[in-house]
Design a protein. Structure first.
Length: 338
């Protein structure tokens, strides 16, 4: 087949991860002298930035001999998106994938993991000592590793391959497309792999980018105080190893109501359905709108789409039932900041 023919340019599924669109947002901020861009990670084949992470983790395991095509059993904890990425890769390589989730995982996301052949292991109770779900999930992963012969975990919370995915992938693409590092970068945090990789790339360039780690109020990341959290996809109940080397310029702690309002504003103003963490990123941006110097290039990393959140974040009844008196703030799409 000639190299320039259309079919020669068509990639297999594994080659479609990354190179996601960077689109200019024209109506979100309302400042003509600031350029705001969104990195749409939902354009990855599994619908999230975790496709990059899953691919990097698997590639490292293949290179290290921990996995080989046709033979392998993976066990991983996930709130959802990494589970989809690993389930897809496991199906392609012929492996068995066991995914440990908790009750907060989106129903549609869990259904997608099952559809791809993943085996779901839901934990039913939070960790007795901390009251958090993540330690309970990690403990269940340890139990499954002991029960399943030859099973391995790729450890998304401490595996440095996760940083590579966003150093040489996400951030490298942003810099290439803009022609220079952005002046401001907003990234939601959970395992902190995305922001850690982006920071590593920016540090290597010597870029003066102002980086904002967007965290959930109630998360313990970057010195936060533990508290109740409702939304999935960002925030953490324990500090993962990947976070220990990350030093963002500042941390924005966002309430559930503000995150939901950010999702809805993005949908109404830009026509983009973002996931819950994307709504938090929007909220953090709007709270800092007046601090952005004229002429700034600002990039928001939107980790996933809102498809899996249609019956939660985008459902008025769910918002009212879940947030109670805070629901009015979440559903108010009038002018002003969240």
């Amino acid at each position: 087949m000639p190299p320039g023919s259309p079919r020669a340019r068509i990639s297999g599924l594994l080659g479609t991860v990354g190179h996601t669109p960077l689109v200019r947002l024209e109506r979100l901020l309302g400042r003509a002298n600031v350029s705001v861009w969104a990195k749409l990670e939902g354009a990855n084949p599994g619908g999230s930035a975790k496709d990059r992470t899953a691919s990097a983790l698997v590639d490292a395991a293949l290179r290290g001999g921990l996995l080989r095509p046709g033979h392998g059993t993976l066990v991983e904890s996930s709130s959802g998106n990494l589970g989809i990425g690993l389930a897809r890769l496991a199906a392609w390589h012929g492996w068995t994938f066991h995914c440990v989730t908790d009750p907060r995982a989106n129903r549609l996301t869990v259904a997608a993991i099952k559809a791809l052949g993943g085996i779901i292991h839901p934990v039913t109770d939070p960790d007795a000592d901390t009251g958090e779900w993540l330690p309970a999930r990690i403990a269940r992963v340890g139990e499954l590793l002991a029960e399943l012969p030859g099973a391995i975990s790729l450890d998304q919370y401490g595996n440095p391959a996760a940083l590579d995915a966003h150093d040489h992938g996400t951030m490298a693409e942003i810099v290439e497309e803009l022609g220079a590092p952005p002046d401001w970068l907003f990234v939601a945090v959970s395992t902190t792999g995305t922001i850690g990789g982006c920071l590593r790339h920016l540090d290597r360039l010597g870029a003066p980018t102002h980086t904002v780690a967007v965290d959930a109020l109630g998360s313990v990341l970057f010195g936060g105080e533990v508290g109740p959290r409702t939304l999935t996809g960002f925030g953490a109940g324990i500090v993962p190893d990947l976070a220990l080397g990350a030093s963002p310029t500042e941390v924005a702690r966002v309430r559930d109501a503000a995150s939901i309002r950010g999702c809805r504003l993005m949908a109404r103003r830009e026509g983009i359905l973002a996931g819950a963490s994307g709504g938090a990123v929007v909220a953090a941006l709007l709270e800092r709108a007046d601090a952005l110097p004229p002429g700034s290039d600002v990039v928001l990393v939107l980790h996933d789409t809102g498809q899996a959140y249609l019956d939660t974040v985008y459902d008025d009844d769910w918002v009212r039932e879940t947030l109670g008196e805070d629901a009015d703030a979440a559903l108010d799409l009038g002018e002003g900041t969240p």
